[in-house]
Design a protein around this ligand. Structure first.
Ligand SMILES: Cc1cc2nc3c(=O)[nH]c(=O)nc-3n(C[C@H](O)[C@H](O)[C@H](O)COP(=O)(O)OP(=O)(O)OC[C@H]3O[C@@H](n4cnc5c(N)ncnc54)[C@H](O)[C@@H]3O)c2cc1C
Length: 402
């Protein structure tokens, strides 16, 4: 027998990191909330692993920052390198100490963040419902409520629906929203390596962006392993890119002969840059990857999604209590789209194309300019205010300053 339909003020579709953040933030604001997740449990897939300062500040507002700091690695510096020329520049985030209490990147796998948020929801908001095995397939949208359906029939009724169901969002497809943008020619091969990579690449930091006209890459440390995210050129088929031969060749090229190097995971991802036409469609709001996706170079996709969720959790309770007009949600939708396009997409695209640049003169200019920026504390700070998403978050008072 299927469970009784859920009633809640807000139904969140998708228990990814963005949906769970929205649920926790709304529950803390006194909103009754239900999360419907298609799978039987939270995903443990490794994807995002960087939390920028404004996101850590949001986590403090949500009461989960201590658990995150305990589980993650504090990375106060990051490097930009060139595969042929070596170190180009090192950026020291402590230059941001007068801007934030968290002048670093926190390296933490996104699935651990999801678990921390889920645990906080269960511990402090037992009325919040989290239902697994509940794949939403339809929405019946009325003037004052929405009925959510699965293949078995109606599953929930809510005043507002948040579509946080990821890049292939069913909610977005039900609404018929275009998701325009581009797909990059290259893909990324993600490798998880159980080996002290710092002994093979002396002098590297916990986060390293490495330019190369053929195979640019990101080398970063997460609590359990080192991760390498390396570009796969357009001509290489996906199954070849995960083959033993191809992977071994990449590892040899990067680290030389390292017989003890244990590979825990390998996966190939296509890379897109897309944004939905509007984040609000009446009673249905889209956020996180359901609304915008971008290159992982810069570590901003998940952070931007968490910012969407937190901002919405400030607006929606006021609308529900009649303290704000619904137009507050239109303004939310506009500023979050602007943030996705003008900050996240702009910076991640620029980072990706600079790292992948083919033209030797352009590559030399990139090295020279990046080194000069890092060497000048004023310019370095300005650069990091953008790269750490602080400039954008402050534009929108996110999180609200006391
Ligand atoms: C290789 C890689 C590296 C990345 N690195 C970074 C990084 O360093 N920093 C960063 O900020 N971002 C990064 N990202 C992006 C980041 O992973 C995503 O932005 C993030 O997962 C988005 O979270 P989400 O909750 O919006 O969506 P998802 O994590 O995709 O979660 C969506 C959830 O919805 C569920 N769902 C789907 N359909 C339905 C349905 N019909 N009904 C109910 N539930 C449904 C899914 O099962 C899933 O649990 C990276 C991505 C990749 C691929």
């Amino acid at each position: 027998m299927s469970a009784a339909p859920i009633r809640a003020e807000v139904a969140v579709v998708g228990a990814g990191p963005v949906g769970l953040t929205a649920a926790l933030a709304l529950a803390r604001a006194g909103v009754s909330v239900a999360v419907l997740e298609a799978e039987q449990e939270l995903s443990t897939e490794w994807r995002a692993s960087t939390f920028h300062p404004p996101t850590i500040e949001i986590a403090r507002h949500l009461g989960v920052v201590d658990a995150m700091l305990q589980a993650g690695i504090v990375a106060p510096r990051y490097q930009v390198r060139d595969r042929r020329h070596g170190l180009i520049a090192e950026f020291d985030l402590s230059l941001l100490a007068d801007e934030t209490d968290y002048p670093f990147r926190l390296q933490l796998e996104q699935y651990k963040y999801s678990q921390i948020v889920r645990d906080a929801l269960a511990a402090h908001h037992p009325d919040a419902q989290l239902r697994f095995g509940c794949r939403v397939t339809g929405l019946q949208i009325a003037d004052d409520h929405v009925v959510l359906e699965t293949a078995d029939g109606p599953v929930a009724e809510a005043s507002w629906v948040l579509g946080a169901d990821g890049a292939r969002s069913t909610v977005r497809k039900i609404l018929g929203c275009p998701f325009e943008g581009l797909t990059y020619e290259h893909r990324y091969l993600v490798l998880s390596i159980d080996y002290p990579i710092e002994t093979l690449m002396p002098g590297i930091c916990d986060v390293n962006y490495i330019s190369d006209p053929v195979e640019h890459l990101l080398v970063l440390r997460v609590p359990d392993v080192w991760r390498v995210v390396v570009a796969v050129p357009p001509g290489v088929p996906g199954d070849e890119a995960v083959s033993d031969e191809y992977v071994s060749e990449r590892l040899r090229g990067l680290f030389g002969e390292a017989p003890g190097l244990v590979l825990r995971e390998r996966k190939v991802y296509a890379v897109h840059q897309r944004v939905v036409d509007s984040f609000r469609h009446g009673r249905v709001l889209l956020l996180g990857d359901a609304a915008h996706i971008n290159s992982p170079m810069g570590g901003m996709g998940l952070n931007g999604g968490i910012h969407d969720a937190f901002d919405l959790s400030v607006q929606l309770p006021a609308v529900l209590r009649g303290e704000a007009e619904e137009s507050a949600l239109d303004l939310w939708a506009q500023r979050r789209r602007k943030a996705a396009v003008e900050t996240v997409q702009e910076i991640t695209h620029r980072t990706t194309t600079s790292l992948a640049e083919q033209d030797e003169e352009e590559r030399a200019r990139f090295r020279q300019q990046t080194a000069a920026t890092a060497a000048d504390p004023r310019r370095a700070k300005e650069w990091m205010m953008d790269a750490a998403m602080i400039a954008n978050a402050r534009t929108y008072d996110l999180p609200p300053r006391a």
